[in-house]
Structure formats: C-alpha cells, structure tokens
Design a protein around this ligand. Structure first.
Ligand code: SF4
Length: 413
C-alpha cells in the first residue's frame, strides 16, 4: 500500500503514513509499540486496516558456478513461485528478478514456465514481497550495504497480462518510504501485449521496456510464441515505438538463439533490418540482447511424440543451444547493428533465463528440498562461488570473445 492510500484508508496524517509504510517494509510487520517518530493512534489505526502478509521461503539455492541465487516462495493458497537474485557489475548491487503470475498462459515454446499453464495472477503485495525478502536475505548473507538496485519483471508469468497489479507493485517498489527503487532501474519484459505496453508508457513512464522477439519471421515467431497469433510483431513494435517516443527509453529486444530455429544468417539479417527500421521510424535504437538458450527439459526424457502428447513428469528439451552466436553477431555487426550477449547465470540451480518453473506440489512436499536460510552457511557458499566465479567468468568471456553483461538480465522470454 502506498502512503497516500494508507492515509486515506485510515484517516491518518500523511507523514505518519509514510513512517508506518517505512516500518512495515523494513520489519515485515508493524511493531507492537509505536516508535518515537510515529503517533500511537496512527499506528493503531494502521494496524486495524488489515494484517501484513508475507510469503514463505521454501527453498534457497545458491549457484555453485556464479553468484546467482534462486528462491522458491510458497503463497497462502499453497501455490509457489520462483525469484532470482542477480549480481550486477558494481559490487554490492543486485537485481531482483520477480514473478508476476503463478505459471503463464502464453506458452512460449522455449520457456519452462510456459509449460505450466496459468494458475493465477499474483497480487501486488506478493510481487513486492519477493523484492523485500530478497533484500532481507541480502542483508543476512552478504551484508556490507549490499542492496537491491533494480527489479526485473522477467520471472514466472507475463507481467502485462497482470498489468493492474504489476503497475501497483511498481508504484510501491519505487515509493521512497517503501522499497525506494528508482523506476529507471525497473524493467518490464513482455512477450508482446500492445495495450499493456501503452499502459506502461502512460502510467509508469519511468519504467523500461523489454520485448521478447523469439524470431522476426512471422511464421516462425508464431510457432515459438503463440501470442503472435493474437498480436503480430508489427503491432507489438508499433506499441513499443510509441513507448520509446513517450518515455525516451530505448527498448531492450531479447532474442534467444535456438539451434536451427532462428539462428541462420537470414534471421540475423532480418533482425538487423527490423532494428534499423525501428530506429529510423522512432528515432531510438533498440538495445539488442542475444541470449544463449538454457535447457528447460529433462536430458534423459523421451522426445515429445509427433502428436504432441507428452507422458511422464519431465518432457524432453525441445531445443538446443545455438553454436552460431558469433556468426549471428557478425551479420548484425556488418549491418551496423550492435548487440550484447547476455550472461544468464544460475543454470546449475535452474535460475537461468527461461528455466523458472515450480509445480505447487513440489513446494509443499514434506520431503522436498527445503530452504536453508542459515545466514552463515549461505554466506560461506556464496563467498566461495563468488571467488570461483570472479576468475572463471572473466576467463570464459575472454575465451568466447563476447561482452558479458549481467545488468539487467534478460530471460528467454
Ligand atoms: S517467456 Fe514469459 S510470456 Fe512466454 S511463457 Fe514464459 S513466462 Fe510466459
């Protein structure tokens, strides 16, 4: 809740409301007694407005390969979601990659969440609470002023299919007395819902837009991203262009390279032409992020049947990582279009782009893998992983000859 909303709902002074909101975000609850800075009557009025709810951490997995951490949270109704803590280049700064829905109805072929179907939208507080709990975990495991610097709506779900609550969550996240995250450090990544893109521009213009392309060939894009049937790419790009002109922000175009699907020279040439056309039409060049595909299926599972019916719990992986990354970039570069290769970490704990998925039953299973929030153990594991990663990531990047960017992460959307 925003301070203005709390003040209006409880009939209290706005200054008191701001201080109460600040307490709630810092403590996760209202203190039993009013501190000196808050009037007791105001605190009691706020308490009577309703209880402060939270999510239950059921699993915390720190990558052994890099400093990414994945969290699974159980919701009040037993459903579960996942979020990721992403290290940024500047030490002590992190992004929180949050979920906006339980599952997703859009069924993008390269995304594990898309295999779940949609269970429900998250409430605004459930979105905000992911960030607050990641921030709390940072304080316990990293300390030293480490903070959540940005938020990415790239976790489970299509954020613009839940636009009302996502926009409300953005307002709370950016509210100085709540999470105080600069809107310019919040990115909403969509598979392409034009009306939602226009709402972002009108209602939260400080926020940045990410757009998942999949492919720029219409038939191929529709095959990879069924939403293209309802909203073809030209319609989505028209809305993205309006967004860019209204906000002055360059959109991020995410392109997940899939072997044999969208990684040919012709695909790169079409993508370059589209980027140049967008820049010419709207006066702002898109920032192009190429994402190596991360496996989403079981390596030992049988391939899907030709009819599409899949038996068993873990379907086979439908795609393979492209080996044409550099060749693809070279075509873009020759056409005058720059790109970055997005580092997507946490693959060993299922935290990488496109991998988030959490069946409700797994989160509730009594014998399932559980959270290990003992701060000391987590901090040790992370320090170890960070030390390993500091050298190995740089080496891998140098060996691959790519620019590694960890901010903001782009997922396989
Ligand atoms: S990529 Fe995003 S929109 Fe597509 S299925 Fe996954 S969560 Fe949904």
């Amino acid at each position: 809740m925003l301070p203005e909303e709390l003040a209006g709902a409880c009939g209290i002074d706005l200054t008191d409301a701001r201080r109460i909101v600040s307490l709630a975000h810092r403590l996760g609850e209202l203190p039993p007694r009013a501190p000196a800075t808050v009037r007791r009557a105001a605190l009691e009025a706020a308490r009577s407005a309703g209880e402060i709810r939270t999510l239950t951490l059921v699993e915390r997995r720190a990558s052994a390969e890099d400093p990414f951490v994945k969290y699974a949270f159980r919701l009040d109704d037993g459903a579960a979601i996942e979020s990721v803590r992403i290290p940024l280049e500047r030490p002590g700064r992190y992004s929180a990659c949050v979920s906006s829905q339980v599952g997703c109805a859009l069924a993008c072929a390269f995304c594990a969440t898309g295999r779940m179907g949609l269970t429900r939208n998250l409430e605004a507080w459930e979105i905000v609470e992911q960030v607050r709990l990641i921030r709390r975990d940072l304080g316990a495991t990293v300390g030293g002023g480490a903070r959540v610097h940005g938020v990415l709506f790239q976790g489970m779900g299509e954020p613009l299919a839940n636009a009302d609550r996502v926009i409300q969550a953005i307002r709370v996240l950016s509210e100085p007395s709540a999470q105080a995250i600069d809107m310019r450090n919040i990115t909403v990544c969509t598979a392409g819902l034009p009306s939602g893109i226009r709402r972002l521009a009108a209602e939260v213009p400080g926020v940045r837009l990410g757009l998942s392309l999949g492919s720029v060939r219409p038939g191929r894009r529709r095959h990879l991203m069924p939403i293209d049937g309802a909203h073809p790419l030209d319609e989505v790009l028209a809305a993205a262009g309006e967004h860019a002109r209204a906000t002055g922000h360059a959109p991020m175009w995410a392109y997940t390279l899939l072997a044999g699907q969208n990684d040919a020279d012709e695909d790169a040439a079409s993508l370059a032409a589209l980027a140049r056309g967008f820049a010419a039409q709207h006066g702002i060049s898109p920032r192009l992020s190429l994402i190596p595909y991360n496996a989403i299926g079981a390596a030992d599972a049988p391939p899907p049947s030709p009819g599409g019916a899949e038996g068993g719990a873990a379907p086979a992986d439908p795609f393979a990582r492209s080996a044409r990354l550099e060749a693809f970039r070279a075509v873009l570069s020759a056409a005058g279009v720059g790109s970055i290769v997005r580092y997507s970490g946490g693959g060993d704990v299922g935290a990488a782009c496109g991998q988030l998925a959490r069946p409700p039953a797994e989160a509730q299973r009594p014998g399932g893998r559980r959270a290990s929030p003992r701060p000391g153990a987590a901090a040790e594991a992370e320090a170890e992983a960070a030390a390993r990663n500091a050298s190995s990531r740089a080496e891998r990047a140098a060996a691959a000859g790519v620019r590694v960017a960890m901010d903001p992460r782009s997922r396989a959307r």
